[in-house]
Every structure is written in structure tokens, then in C-alpha cells.
Design a protein around this ligand. Sequence first.
Ligand SMILES: NC(=O)c1ccc[n+]([C@@H]2O[C@H](COP(=O)([O-])OP(=O)(O)OC[C@H]3O[C@@H](n4cnc5c(N)ncnc54)[C@H](OP(=O)(O)O)[C@@H]3O)[C@@H](O)[C@H]2O)c1
Length: 334
Amino acid sequence: MAHGRFDNPVIASLAGVKDFFSKQKLEEQLKETHRVDSKTCLITGANSGLGFGIAVEMAKRGAYVIMAGRSAIPEAGEKVKKMSGSEKVEMIHLDLSRIDSIHQFCNTLEEKNIHPDITILNAGVALPKARMLESGLEEMFMVNYFSNFILTNLLLSKNLIKPLSKNENKPRIIYISSNSHQGSSYIDFDQFGKLNNYGVSQGISYYSYYKLVLNTLAIEFSRRLNKDDAVIPVHVICPGPVHSNIIKEAPWLLRKVLGGIFSLVFRSPAVAAKPVVYMAISEDYENSTGDYLHMFNPKKMDPKVYMEEEGEKLWKYSIDLWKRLDQNAITIDD
Ligand SMILES: NC(=O)c1ccc[n+]([C@@H]2O[C@H](COP(=O)([O-])OP(=O)(O)OC[C@H]3O[C@@H](n4cnc5c(N)ncnc54)[C@H](OP(=O)(O)O)[C@@H]3O)[C@@H](O)[C@H]2O)c1
């Protein structure tokens, strides 16, 4: 059984058409004067699409940009340098489908003494059918949800993200999600981490469901890291429809149909990156936590995302699964 709101990728893309024309309430709030000169910004999946757009914008605004990705190294980084006019751009290999690669990535940050002030967890896939990884996990579950649980825990427990960074500003964590998570089912804990053998029509349903799981995690991190005050703000954003490479694995005909919709009414990565950059750097998101933007519009996520018992259960199931798979698992609870 699928759990997401959409079970048809064309209908899901058409929902993006409405977003394309919707009003952008806070658009004027992002100013050219918003700079991040002394900040380090880590972006996953930064070699392509939205992540690439965010990397260019952050580099233009003065950040030291760490582009984490599994491909186009170093070409994508060189392109960002050229487009932004900044040399403060570095690419580090990270394959989020592999736990050992996530460890290796964090070790590299440690060795290089890199402490992200802004962490943007952007990487994601939309697969047309389930794909089993060596670990026994399904790839979309791993990349879109579970790797984010592991990476965030490692960054925090290894003190790579520090509660107060060098310039005394609070570090910030942003999860890139999708508004398609709205209306997905409760988390199916009986199936948690198990192979859901979806096909083309159910792929989009699992995509939106895993975004609901991701958002539930974001709110759980937000609660755990900010007990009395906003110490490490954690926020979630949906960039709206982005003309990116997300459909690259879709079957040929579907890719043609979706590609047509994408090129007509989806926004360029450069435009879609703007609200993400706003949420990542504006003082408006400094003293709060657990906020959600749908492009430039503040919204509430699906009510299930905020349910404490769901968050706690997800936390427990995620730790148990990680510890079963990885003897080097280390969470913020350890
Ligand atoms: N496109 C949209 O309309 C839309 C709408 C709402 C939300 N989003 C979200 O926006 C985010 C970015 O997607 P996009 O639209 O920009 O698509 P994209 O162009 O396909 O970018 C996805 C990025 O994730 C990376 N990635 C995938 N699997 C990975 C892995 N195993 N390890 C490391 N990196 C991996 C990709 O790397 P490779 O290039 O190596 O594959 C790529 O850099 C995703 O979280 C997506 O769910 C997109």
C-alpha cells in the first residue's frame, strides 16, 4: 500500500502549475544587502538543480560554500566559482545511499576543521521503481529520509555543527522538502526500513510520503535541539516547482510529458533558490525554530508532522535501524 497524496506523477506535476502562479508573500524580504561573508554553508546534492542554484547564490553573498555531492566533482564547483565570482567554493564527495560515505564525509569535515554555520539538506531522488541498496534498504527511503537522520546526527554529535559558532551567530539547519507531503498517511512503522516494492505509479506516492517522514524528523530535531530557547534553529522549506534533473530516471515517455510541464511552468533553480537562501540567512528565522515555508509563503505542514508521539517513535525506530546496520552509529543521545 502506498502512503502519499499523489499516485500519478503527471497530476503531481500539475499541482506545481498552481504553485508557479501563486503569490509570493515574503519575496520582497530577501535583500541584496543580506550577506553571509563570515559563514560556512554546507549544501547536499549541490552539483545539480536546486542545490546548485543555492550554491551559486550563497557564494555570491560571500559564504564559504561546501558543495557535497556524488557526481560532477570538480566541474560543478568550478561552474559555481565562475557564476558567482567567488573562489570560496569547495566540493566534497558524499554518497547518501551509503552509510560509510556519510561517515567518510564527516571525517573529511573534521580533518579540514570545517564547521557549517548553515546546513542545507537538499539532496533527493524521485525513483520510478524501488531499488534495493547493498545495505538492504530501499534507495528513496535512504536518500530522501534516512541519510538525513544519519548525517544530521553525525554533524551534531561530532560537534561539526556547534551550538554557538565562531561569530556567535546560531547555526541553522534547513531541510528541503515538498508540499506534496501534505495529506500523506501516518508513518507506517510496521514497514519502517523495509523494502516497499513500488512501481512507476506509486513512486510519486512514496516520494511525498518520505517527505512527510523527513518533516517529522525535522520537527523532532527542532524539539530536541531547542528545549528552552532557539539554540540551533531547524526549519523546513518546499522550493515549489523546480526545473531540475529530478525526473531523470523516469521512463522515456513520462520524462517527455513531465519535461514539457517542467520547461513551461517550473521555475529555474536560480529563482527557486531564493526563498531557501532567505530562510537560511535572514534574521527573521534566527530566533524561531520548526518553521515552514512553501516558497516565500509561511505555512503549516501536515498536522501529523507536529505530533510528539510520532516524532519520538520515528526517532526510536531510526536509531534502532541505524544501530542494527552500523556499529559506528552515534547520535546526539549518546
Ligand atoms: N524539482 C522539483 O520540482 C522539486 C519540488 C519540491 C522539492 N524538491 C526537492 O528539491 C531537492 C533537490 O532536487 P532537484 O529538484 O534540484 O533535483 P536534482 O536536480 O535531481 O538534484 C538532486 C540532487 O540530489 C543528489 N543526490 C541524489 N542521490 C544522491 C546520493 N545517493 N548521494 C548524494 N547526492 C544524491 C543528486 O546528485 P546526482 O546529480 O549525482 O544524481 C543531485 O545533486 C530534493 O530534495 C527534491 O525532493 C524538488
